[in-house]
Design a protein around this ligand. Structure first.
Ligand code: CTP
Ligand code: MG
Length: 249
């Protein structure tokens, strides 16, 4: 195949190196089971379900790359996709950068997807990829917010009263999800340029915004929610049970 005939390659970086402090004590969050299968394996399958994805880079806990490799080998994954595991860093921002370092030069579109969003439907993944291929340099799936949101001056002691600073108009707010999709050079540039401060960026598109590049939102999906607290595990297992009942999967 000549270079011109070769389709644009898409890779997904899956940051999975977090500890899952808010989920409570136990194994690193990405390795915890949902209906018997590690959350990370669900997330990898969700990405590999897209025919456009040719490479998945998993960013493992810093001392857990070997364990994660064994885990992927032990579970059936689509064969048309390549899988690479690299060790992560102390912050999500560092973990994503380490994953990006492992993406080969010929990849033009990169998605970044939280291992903690194991149930995102393939239609959402494909919609993000399509928007990037249609020319957007940064694409974010998002949903309108259900709750009214207040901006506050955070209290010095946890649980103390907090002064309200503003109430943004709810209709203009979106809660963002992953996979976020990027023109590869734009994302690499953002990670090379935006400084790591504090806990680091929790949103790659936000880093691209800091470069002054345009970011667009496309419709997200309820099932792309992030498993953060114990109740989210209950919801995730309920979604899996419903899928099993409706499609025998
Ligand atoms: N992540 C990562 N490297 C880190 C921190 C987070 O790869 N140093 C990943 C997590 O594994 C997760 C995603 O970033 O898939 C989103 O982060 P979050 O939901 O905050 O997960 P944790 O950081 O693991 O959870 P917590 O903040 O409760 O500790
Ligand atoms: Mg975190």
């Amino acid at each position: 195949m000549s270079d011109e005939a070769r389709p644009p390659r898409t890779a997904v970086v899956i940051p999975a190196a977090g500890r899952g402090v808010r989920l409570g004590p136990g194994a690193p969050k990405a390795l915890r089971a949902l209906n018997g299968t590690p959350m990370l394996v669900h997330a990898v399958r969700a990405m590999a379900a897209s025919r456009a994805v040719s490479l998945v880079v998993v960013v493992a806990p810093p001392d857990g790359a070997g364990e994660v490799k064994n885990l992927l080998d032990a579970h059936a994954l689509p064969e048309r996709t390549d899988y690479v595991v690299v060790p992560g860093g102390d912050t999500r921002q560092e973990s994503v950068r380490l994953g990006l370092d492992a993406v080969p030069e010929d990849v033009t579109t990169v998605l970044v997807h939280d291992a903690a969003r194991p149930l995102v439907p393939v239609d959402t993944v494909d919609a993000v990829i399509e928007a990037v291929r249609d020319g957007a340099v940064a694409v974010v799936p998002a949903l309108p917010v259900a709750d009214t949101v207040k901006e506050v001056e955070p209290a010095e002691r946890p649980g103390g009263p907090e002064q309200v600073v503003a109430t943004p108009v709810r209709a203009r707010l979106r809660a963002v999800q992953t996979p976020q999709g990027f023109d590869r050079d734009t994302l690499v540039n953002a990670h090379a340029t935006v400084a790591l401060t504090g806990e680091g960026a929790t949103d790659d598109a936000g880093m691209v915004e800091k470069l002054g590049a345009p970011v667009v939102v496309v419709p997200g999906h309820e099932e792309a929610f992030k498993v953060t607290r114990p109740l989210d595990l209950v919801l995730a297992e309920a979604v899996l049970a419903r899928r099993r009942a409706t499609d025998g999967f």
